[in-house]
Design a protein around this ligand. Structure first.
Ligand SMILES: [Ca+2]
Ligand SMILES: [Ca+2]
Ligand SMILES: [Ca+2]
Length: 392
C-alpha cells in the first residue's frame, strides 16, 4: 500500500512536468523547474520509472559544520517556521569501492511528508572542484576526483580520495527541529552510481541512484538552535465591574518572554481603548489614540532608546516564568457611562536581541462591566433617609 501511495504521489507530482517536457519535445535532462528541486525518489522515478529502497551505505554524509549565511557570517540560530539560505561544510564518506557521480540531496521543506529527503522539496548538490574544502572548511581543492572521461563532470569518490569535504549552498530551508532537541534537522540522502550503471553525468539532473538500493538517507543535525516562542501577554482588570456610572479600573499587564535563548527589549505598551500606556522615550512609534480616551496613571515604564528599562531574559515557556523573563505593571483608566461591557486590548511590542532585531509582540484582552443600578433601589434608599430624618 505504501509503495502504491508513493507511486501515485510521484506520478501526480511529475505528470505536469513530464507533459511539459514532452510538449516542447525536449529531453528530460535539463527540464528541472527553476523554483523547487525535487527529492531523490522523485528524481529516480522520473528518470527510470522505478522506486527506491536506499538500503545501501556505500556513500554517506558523516558530518556537517560551519553553517554561515551567504556572506559568511556564522548562523547559530533560526526562528522556527522561517526560511533561510545557508552554506555549510559536509563530509562525504565512502564505505565501499569507487563510486561515481555522487548526488547530495537535502530536504528544505522540514519533511512534511515524513520520508526524509525521498520526496518533497530538496536542494540537490554534486561533488565539485569549486565546492571542495579541506577538513577545516578552508578552500583547498586537492581531493576532488572525477574518474569518468569527458563530458562527465560530476565528482566521484574512491579510497584515495576519501572522505570528500564540500561546502555547499542550500537555499530557502525551513527552520524546524524535527526531533525536539532544540537544534535544526536536515533530512538528506546521498546517491551514487556503481560500476555497470555509471553513465555520463553533467548536472544534478543526472545524479540519481544507479539502482533502487544505491542511496543512503538519514537526518543531519545542524549546529543551529531553533528558536520558538515569543512574547506572551496577559491582561486583567480590577474590579471586574462597577455600578453605573462606572469609574476608574486598574488593569494589570504581564509580559513574558517565552523565547528559548533570546532576550527581548520592550518598546511599547499600547491599549486600543486608552492609547499609550508606555513607550520607550525618543524614537519608539507612538501608540494609536485610544477610542475611549487616555489613561489616568501607570506604573509601566520602558525607559529611553539609549537606556531601555525592560529587557526580558529567555523564559522558555517555563511555568511560572523565571525571574527576569517577565514584566508586570499596571495602569488606571476610567470607563463610564450607561450599563455596558467594555473589552479592551493591550499590545506589547519589543525587539529581540538577534542581529536582525526581529520584532516581537503579544496582546491580550480584558473586560470590565458597568452594571445597572435599578431606579427602584434609589427610591427606597431615599425613603429610608427620609424616615430616619423624621424619627430624629
Ligand atoms: Ca520528504
Ligand atoms: Ca563522474
Ligand atoms: Ca533536532
Amino acid at each position: 500500500m505504501k509503495q502504491n501511495r508513493k507511486f501515485w504521489h510521484c506520478l501526480t507530482g511529475w505528470l505536469p512536468i513530464l507533459l511539459g517536457v514532452l510538449t516542447v519535445g525536449g529531453l528530460l535532462l535539463g527540464a528541472q523547474p527553476a523554483s523547487a528541486q525535487n527529492c531523490i525518489s522523485d528524481r529516480f522515478f522520473a528518470a527510470t520509472g522505478g522506486h527506491l529502497t536506499c538500503t545501501a551505505n556505500d556513500v554517506r554524509i558523516a558530518a556537517v559544520n560551519s553553517v554561515t549565511d551567504l556572506n559568511g557570517n556564522p548562523i547559530t540560530q533560526c526562528i522556527a517556521g522561517s526560511t533561510f539560505s545557508f552554506l555549510a561544510n559536509f563530509e562525504v564518506l565512502l564505505g565501499a569501492q569507487a563510486r561515481y557521480d555522487i548526488g547530495l540531496y537535502f530536504a528544505t521543506d522540514a519533511d512534511p511528508n515524513g520520508d526524509g529527503a525521498l520526496t518533497g522539496t530538496c536542494a540537490v548538490n554534486l561533488l565539485t572542484k569549486a565546492a571542495e574544502v579541506d577538513s577545516n572548511g578552508n578552500p583547498a581543492p586537492q581531493n576532488f576526483i572525477n574518474l569518468d572521461p569527458a563530458p562527465d563532470t560530476c565528482g566521484d569518490i574512491d579510497a584515495a580520495h576519501n572522505p570528500q569535504f564540500v561546502r555547499v549552498q542550500i537555499n530557502n530551508a525551513l527552520c524546524a527541529d524535527l526531533n525536539n532537541d532544540g537544534f535544526m534537522d536536515l533530512p538528506n540522502c546521498t546517491s551514487w552510481r556503481q560500476p555497470g550503471s555509471n553513465q555520463v553525468c553533467t548536472s544534478t539532473q543526472d545524479a540519481y541512484p544507479g539502482s533502487p538500493s544505491k542511496c543512503n538517507c538519514g537526518t543531519l543535525q545542524l549546529p543551529v538552535r531553533v528558536e520558538t516562542g515569543g512574547l506572551t501577554v496577559t491582561k486583567d482588570a480590577s474590579p471586574a465591574s462597577l455600578p453605573e456610572p462606572g469609574g476608574e479600573f486598574t488593569y494589570t499587564v504581564t509580559t513574558v518572554n517565552t523565547l528559548s535563548f533570546t532576550s527581548v527589549t520592550l518598546d511599547s505598551i499600547c491599549d486600543d481603548k486608552f492609547g499609550t500606556v508606555a513607550t520607550v522615550g525618543g524614537t519608539a512609534t507612538p501608540c494609536p489614540a485610544g477610542t475611549i480616551g487616555t489613561i489616568n496613571s501607570t506604573t509601566c515604564a520602558l525607559g529611553t532608546q539609549s537606556a531601555p528599562a525592560v529587557t526580558l531574559t529567555p523564559g522558555d515557556s517555563i511555568t511560572p516564568p523565571p525571574a527576569g523573563s517577565f514584566y508586570t505593571c499596571t495602569f488606571k483608566a476610567n470607563v463610564t457611562g450607561d450599563p455596558q461591557t467594555v473589552t479592551d486590548t493591550v499590545t506589547v511590542k519589543g525587539h529581540d536581541a538577534t542581529t536582525a532585531k526581529t520584532s516581537r509582540q503579544g496582546s491580550d484582552t480584558a473586560q470590565v462591566s458597568i452594571t445597572n443600578v435599578p431606579p427602584s433601589a434609589q427610591v427606597i434608599k431615599s425613603l429610608d433617609s427620609l424616615q430616619c430624618a423624621i424619627v430624629r
